[in-house]
Write a new protein. Structure first.
Length: 119
């Protein structure tokens, strides 16, 4: 007679109630008959925790790498600008010395260039 009985909402509420009571009393593992597998369950949770922790550490490291890459790029640009300025100064000095050796009176202008506008 019990085989034809349907599962009702009242049965679902009773099962859920028993589940929560078992959680609060600490009998959930025994009710689920998982006491034999408890070390395996702990091991699985430890592995999951370890995977999450390693993933967070990797993300943190990759974020540092990305920030350092941006900083390095800006420093390379700054270095190239300074190198360009040095090359320009070196080129002007070499040109002046060569002109002096050749006996030319051509020198660097002392005043800025004046622009004559057309009317």
């Amino acid at each position: 007679m019990e085989e034809n009985r349907k599962f009702t909402f009242k049965d679902a509420l009773a099962t859920a109630g028993n589940f929560f009571v078992a959680i609060f009393r600490g009998d959930l593992v025994l009710k689920l008959h998982a006491d034999k597998y408890f070390p395996h369950i702990l091991y699985t949770f430890a592995l999951i925790w370890l995977c999450i922790w390693v993933s967070m550490r990797i993300d943190k490291t990759l974020l540092k790498v990305e920030n350092n890459r941006k900083e390095l790029s800006s420093l390379e640009i700054y270095r190239d600008q300074k190198r360009s300025e040095l090359e320009e100064l070196y080129s002007i000095r070499v040109t002046e010395k060569n002109l002096e050796k050749l006996g030319s009176e051509l020198r660097r202008p002392e005043k800025p260039v004046t622009i004559i506008k057309r009317k």
